[in-house]
Design a protein around this ligand. Sequence first.
Ligand SMILES: Cc1ncc(COP(=O)(O)O)c(C=O)c1O
Length: 448
Amino acid sequence: MTFEFEKLTILRDAIVAHDSQKYKQKDPFAMKQELAIDVNGLHTDEMEKLFVQIAAMTPTTVDKTFWNQLYSWRIPEGTIAEMLACYMNNSMYTFKVSWIQTLIEKAVIDHMLAKIGYHDGDGTFAAGGSMSNMVAMLVARNEKVANCKELWLQNNSLVAYTSDQGHYSVRKNAGILGMGRDSVRAVPSDGQGKIRLDALQVMINEDIAAWKIPYLLNLTAGTTVLGAYDPIQEAVAIAKKYDMWTHVDASRGGGVLLAQEHKHKMQGVAQADSCTWNPHKMMGVPLSASALLVKKKWIINKHLSEWATYLYQSDDDDLNLGNKSLQCGRRNDALKVRAARKKLWDAGYEARVVKQFAMVQQALKRIEESDLFALVLKPECLNVCFSIKGHQADEICGGLYHQNLLKVGHWSRNGKTFVRLVCVNAELDTQGVDFFFDTLLEYLWNQS
Ligand SMILES: Cc1ncc(COP(=O)(O)O)c(C=O)c1O
């Protein structure tokens, strides 16, 4: 049976409609009214129109107006690989139904492990950084509490630590996993947004004195808003004294491992027990691609495998990847990571990361050149945070969004609002950064 290739023209037309971005955003009600998505039983030509319309009504996340998220432009070979994975429609749980796809995932995991410095490690792909962090927290919990996997969480005095800049998934996952969201202690961060080790030590002492059981330290390598890298090496040394699992959430900033000049920011990661790394952020792989990497082989299997004799009927556990994944049916997210790497290799990726940081430098230059802007902190990752004198950043970012000029996020710390510019789209280069600042300045001028 062969695919109806003429259907692919729909895809081409939809891509063209999407990329031209002629559609102007409306309120959700008006948008819903415009679309015939709820109508049943459309003819093929009507379906074609519908796909094109949907694509046109979806905002682009890859052009020079988009600076809002930690991902953006995707490497074309990665997109093709994703489409191919979709077309082939294999599930990654057994070798029997995925053959070479299994070997590709294993090769990608091995490559990521080598970059981290885990020599006998293992890994699994999950549906995003939040899920990868969840697997790490589950393994950390089960390693600490005997029989937790088979029975229940009898002892709920567990506490985890993360900085107050850590990703919200850590608290959310603690709720999902039965420890409760309040079992996560938010350790204060310093002026650079890094976890304060003195405060961490005090909190651990307090918790132990209160008969709590510290089981996890989550460190962030590239915090979501400020882009700060926690001091991994020193923090891991503290946590190990208390027999805690140490996890590095490098969802956002793991890409620095690919560049000689920047990889020192994650020094000490090889000593941690696990690390989340999302190729769909800095590495330009299409959403979603997130891996949980662990230092010890088989430890994910130990906590995630389950008897399923209807499924695992041939080949051994090392090839049946479902034994170490959160999901049962699972698409191959590794194929697009492999394709992107095949395109760029180490040198290409290194150049890409260097280019991303050159964009950061250009942003700093533009901030320094204008009396209107003030830098919030020296960027360590690709997030450039700056305030706008005499203006609330939330209002400015809202105005830019509603006028379809720029999409960029904002936040506030210590009562001060600021813009978070994410220089992740290496395709735009420094001219893209200039476009951003020129547009922003023109908007501010028009406001005055
Ligand atoms: C530090 C950090 N961890 C985890 C995540 C969650 O990743 P995902 O969006 O893939 O679930 C993010 C997302 O921005 C993040 O910045």
